[in-house]
Every structure is written in C-alpha cells, then in structure tokens.
Design a protein around this ligand. Sequence first.
Ligand code: CP
Ligand code: NVA
Length: 332
Amino acid sequence: SDRLLGRSFLTLKEFTEEEILYLIDLAAELKEKKKKGIPHRYLEGQNIALLFEKPSTRTRCAFTVACVDLGAHPEYLGKNDIQFGKKESTRDTAIVLGRMFDGIEFRGFKHSTVEELAKYAGVPVWNGLTDEFHPTQVLADFLTVKENIGHLKGVTFVYVGDGRNNMANSLLIGGAKVGMDIRICSPKELFPSEELVNYAKEVAKESNGKVMITSDVDEAVSGADVIYTDVWISMGEEDKIKERIDLLLPYQVNREMLEKTGNENVMFLHCLPSFHDLETEVGRQVYEKFGLKEMEVTDEVFQSKNSYVFDEAENRLHTIKAVMAATNARLG
Ligand code: CP
Ligand code: NVA
C-alpha cells in the first residue's frame, strides 16, 4: 500500500498497529528477496543523506547497504564533514538537503533536531537514534521475535536495565502498539517518564496489550518470552558510569535471571553494542576502575542458545530497507 508514502519515521507513536505490522511483514518479504537474489530496486536513482552526530556500526551499515540494494545512492555526512551544527542551523541544513536528496536519515543527540529536520526538509526523514527514541531498532527486534515465536500479540516482552533510555522508551511504545505484555524492569530512579507510561497504557487499551513498570526482577521476568537489555551508559552519558553501576548491578541479565523466567526457550535480545567481555577498550577501562568484567549481560547469556542478538542485528538491514521503501517508493 502507498499509505506510508512521503511520511517521516521519527517514533512509533505516529504509526498504527497495522502500519507497524505492515513494515515488519514487508521487511520479512525483502529479507526473503535478498536471500534469493531477487532484485528489489524500489528506490532506483534516488539519493539518500545519512547524517550522523554520534557513531554507529549497525544503523550506518544497514542504511548504506539498504540504499544500495534498493538502487539508491547513500551519502554519509558525519558531524565534522558538513557545516551543520557549527556554521549552519538545523532548519537551513534541512532545506538544503531536502532540495538535493530524496530522503534523510539522522542519528544524534536531541530528538528535537530530527523533528526540525522533518519539519523543513520536504522529504522523508528517518530517525536513526536520538537521546529519546530508537524506533528502527524496535522493528528489527519485533521481526526477530516474530521469526521465532510466530506472532507479536500477547508476547511477554521484558526490558531490564536503564528504563528511561531511548530503547526502553521505544520498546514501551512499540510493545503497547502491537499488543504485547510489555514490562519495563528497572530501579525506580530510572523508570520511564510518567507521561510516556500513561501514553503506553492508553495505547495498550486499544491493542489488548499490557504494561508493567516494576523494579522487582522476579515479578517482571516470570513467564517471559523475551528478555531484552541495553547498555547502562548510553552515548553522551559517559560521566554517569559510577551511579549507573550502583543502580543497575541487580538488573544484570545472567543465567539466574533466565532461569527465573521458567521458560527454557526464552529469547535474549540486545540492540548492541554490548558490554559482555573485556574485548573492548571501554570494557578494559571499566574493569580497571570498577572490577567488572561484564555489565548489562553476562558473556554466558550473550553466547547462549537463547541469544538471538546477531539475527537481530542483521534484521536492522531488512527493517530499515522496509521503512525506506514504504515511505519513499510506490509499492503498489
Ligand atoms: N543497535 C544500534 O543502533 O547499533 P549502532 O549504534 O552500531 O548503530
Ligand atoms: N541506548 C544506547 C543504544 C545504542 C544502539 C545508546 O543510546 O547509546
């Protein structure tokens, strides 16, 4: 359908349950085409701007490969490569990019920046992560769930950890939209905002979903189909490390937590990157300073048969491709 044509993708709030499910199904279809080598060049001849204020592996690569698979040209614009933010306002940048490109991806700090880009660009703008929301990630997460559980409605999806970061916010919205039993488990200090929780509860009424916000791990994970976590320190919060370790250690995803679900097939998901070993520079620094070898998830769980994190990472490609195709091409 052409219902999504010309629209921006800033948060899942602006999309109905039906539209979200459509994007996930389209992603599955495009994934199948890619695997079979069937061309799907729905954006033939288009030019796409990829604007990044923060670093990225998955999102940048997914947008880049998706553009090429769809027949479009991707242009990576790093923060220091263009005038944006230093000599040129967001509004002026949006107008200029919109005159040349057919679509714009933005990853950065303030959510208001991506809103302003969308307001002035005149072409679809896709949110590749802001401090508040990371909606394309949720599509990949839900596609991964659907591939393994077969459906989304009624799935008990438990997010454990920093309950007010971009992932917690976005999963809360997405879970409520599609009628999951969505649970956010974090210390009270890191609960999602009251405004967002109230919003999610309203949405869940329509989708037959459920919303639980709790600091009690046992209550949260009981009967879980999916356990999800994210880093304790998001990009831009590096100074909060000590306080987050103190608050979040009891929320580490480890074997005992998986056992508490009572579901031996519980799926473990993580948007990545993840702190589960000492194979990184930051990991070694944290180990020297705080003595921790793992943070939000143990290496044991990360490497276990319950872990679907690399399927999930691959699904970034297929779902981002679906978002660009649905908003920027006539699919008939
Ligand atoms: N999950 C995710 O968005 O990863 P990147 O930061 O590497 O893009
Ligand atoms: N919450 C993390 C997600 C990374 C994909 C961050 O913002 O850094």
